[in-house]
Design a protein around this ligand. Sequence first.
Ligand code: SER
Length: 316
Amino acid sequence: MKKRILIIGACGQIGTELTNFLREKHGSHKVIASDIREGDDELMESGPFEVLDAMDYDAVQDVVINYEITDVYLMAAMLSATAEKFPMKAWNLNMDSLFNILNLAKEGKVNKVFWPSSIAVFGATTPKQDTPQRTVMEPSTVYGISKQTGERWCEYYNKRFGVDVRSIRYPGIVSYKTLPGGGTTDYAIDIFHKALKHQNYICFLNAETTLPMMYMEDAIRATVGIMEADEADIKIRSSYNLAAMSFNPEEISESIKKHIPNFEISYQPDFRQDIADSWPSSINDSAARDDWGWQHRYALDEMTEEMLENLKGEYA
Ligand code: SER
């Protein structure tokens, strides 16, 4: 059967790069990008694009039918920090968009679904180090509650209706192409921009806040990797733990100082500190490695080099 992919949330931090990657891999016309508003010129000109409200079932169904979509990547979501400001809006967006796609898949209109979960599904009572795949989960953020609930529904739709839904618990994703919006891990991107621009950064998390992180290239490989794995190898239908590296603001600033010796970091933690404090420091992702062969490539210093190299033109 011919593959046709719909990416919902194609203008976001991960969506942009996922769209580029999949268009290069499968051909532009096979990958339909969509978002609530139009994206930048590069994205708009690289293939088909639809303005689409992920919460509007009829509109999503129309796009799925018109383009004969087989695979959906649902990347639209409100992230942790913004969701704390707009709890109901976040809940409605994160849940309605998921139900729309799960129901289309249940009705046989879509074959395969990717839906991202997050380290935010864990909470303060979860073991912080080497957090297991299966453990205590008491998320305390709206975002985390929506992701944990979404995981339960994914598993339910798989077991009850045979929906082929696949999911990863993303750590913080670091990238240079498209800025993230409203996440707690966003500091690890902002710091590179400020380092190149001002040689100093005021961090909204404290120096010791260690969080699981990943470079975008790894995140894209994981996302496409789980979608291309044999169906029988995807044994977990809630969401897989996924890891690459863990670092705190002090450690990333030391890594930056190897290239920008005058770089200085100072700390003014805000409400996002509480969110970060409720999340794990490191993740055990052996299930993803065993079941579908996940392997990361980037560690902190390699990521720092790539980020600085790719961003320096913007601040030259
Ligand atoms: N990066 C996300 C956030 O900070 C976590 O999934 O909200």
